[in-house]
Design a protein around this ligand. Structure first.
Ligand code: OAD
Length: 281
C-alpha cells in the first residue's frame, strides 16, 4: 500500500512518449457514447494538461514544463521553503499571477456543462488553480491544495491575499513572504509539496467517489504522482469504465477502457457534441 504523501515515479517518465493526435472525431467509439449517456455517476479526474490550453505550463512536458526550468526539489518541498523562503514564495506568486491572468478553456467549460447532463458529476483535480470553479464546476476536490489559499507555516492560520493580480516577472523573482496576522510566522503557499500528506478529507472523498462511479475520466495527467495516480486504478478495480484524454501515452493507459489521444479542449467538446450534449457555458 502506498503512503498518502506526494510522491513521483520519475523512472516511469521514459514510458510516456508523445504521439501525433488522432482525429478525435474518428476516435470516439459508439460504446463510449452509450456509456456516457447511460452513466449515473461520472467522475472527472484532472491534471495540469486540462489547464495547458489556458496558458498554464504543465509540470513535465518537454520545453514548456515548469520543472524544465526549475528543480522540483528546490521549490516544491518543505525543506526548500525552510532553506530559501523568498525564492519559493516569489516563484509561487508568479504562478498565481499566471493563473489569475488565465481564463478557463473549452475543456473546463465542457466539464462544467457535463454536470447538466448526468445525474451526478464529481470533479477531482490535482491542479492548484481555480479554473474549474471559474468555468462553473462546484464542489471541486483539490487533492494538491490551492495557490489561492496560503496559510501560516507556523500556526496554520489562513492568510488573505490582496484581490489584485500580482505583477511578477516571467519565471518569478525572490520575494519575501507576508507575515501571519496571528503569530507573525511566515506565510507559505497553500499547495501540497513533495513529502507532505494530501488533505485527508479530500483524498478520502476522492477515493470514495472513484469507487462509487460508473464512468471515470482521467484528463491531462501524466499519472506519475502518487497517491493521486492510484485513484483511476481504484475506480477501475471497483468496476467503473475509465476514459483517458491526453495527447500522450501514460502509465494509466493500462487501466483505460477508452483512450482518446488529443488536447482536452478539442476532444471534450467533440465528445459532448457526439453524445448530443450541449457544452456551452
Ligand atoms: P504533468 O505535467 O505531470 O502531466 C501533464 C499531462 O498533461 C501530460 O500527460 C501531458 O501529455 C498532458 N497534456 C498536455 N497538454 C494537454 C492538453 N491540451 N490536453 C490534455 N492533456 C494534455 O501534470 P500532472 O499529472 O497534473 O503537484 O502532475 C501531477 C502533480 O505533479 C501536479 O499536481 C503537481 C506536480 O508536482 C503539485 O503542484 C503539488
Amino acid at each position: 500500500m502506498r503512503q498518502p504523501s506526494l510522491d513521483t515515479e520519475i523512472t516511469r517518465l521514459s514510458d510516456a512518449r508523445t504521439l501525433a493526435p488522432l482525429s478525435a472525431a474518428t476516435a470516439i467509439a459508439q460504446d463510449l457514447l452509450i456509456a456516457l449517456r447511460q452513466a449515473k455517476h461520472v467522475v472527472v479526474f484532472t491534471g495540469a494538461g486540462v489547464s495547458a490550453e489556458s496558458g498554464i505550463p504543465t509540470f513535465r512536458d518537454a520545453l514548456t514544463g515548469l520543472w524544465e526550468r526549475f528543480d522540483a526539489e528546490d521549490l516544491a518541498t518543505p525543506n526548500a521553503f525552510r532553506k530559501d523562503k523568498d525564492l519559493v514564495w516569489g516563484w509561487y506568486e508568479w504562478r498565481r499571477m499566471k493563473v489569475l491572468m488565465a481564463q478557463p478553456n473549452p475543456a473546463h467549460l465542457a466539464i462544467a456543462a457535463l454536470a447538466r447532463h448526468v445525474a451526478k458529476l464529481t470533479v477531482i483535480t490535482q491542479n492548484v488553480d481555480d479554473l474549474h470553479e471559474r468555468a462553473g464546476s462546484t464542489d471541486v476536490l483539490h487533492l494538491h491544495g490551492s495557490l489561492h489559499q496560503p496559510r501560516c507555516a507556523s500556526c496554520g492560520q489562513a492568510h488573505h491575499l490582496p484581490a489584485a493580480i500580482p505583477e511578477e516577472p516571467e519565471g518569478g523573482r525572490r520575494l519575501s513572504p507576508p507575515v501571519c496576522d496571528h503569530c507573525g510566522g511566515p506565510v507559505r503557499p497553500g499547495v501540497v509539496w513533495f513529502g507532505e500528506d494530501l488533505p485527508a478529507r479530500q483524498l478520502h472523498l476522492a477515493q470514495q467517489q472513484a469507487q462509487a462511479c460508473d464512468l471515470f475520466f482521467t484528463i491531462g495527467t501524466s499519472g506519475l504522482v502518487y497517491p493521486a495516480a492510484h485513484i483511476p486504478v481504484l475506480a477501475k478495480q471497483a468496476g467503473a469504465q475509465v476514459v483517458q484524454i491526453n495527447p500522450s501515452k501514460t502509465p494509466l493507459d493500462d487501466v483505460c477502457t477508452w483512450s482518446l489521444q488529443g488536447a482536452a479542449g478539442t476532444v471534450l467538446p467533440r465528445l459532448m457534441e457526439s453524445a448530443g450534449f450541449d457544452h456551452s457555458a
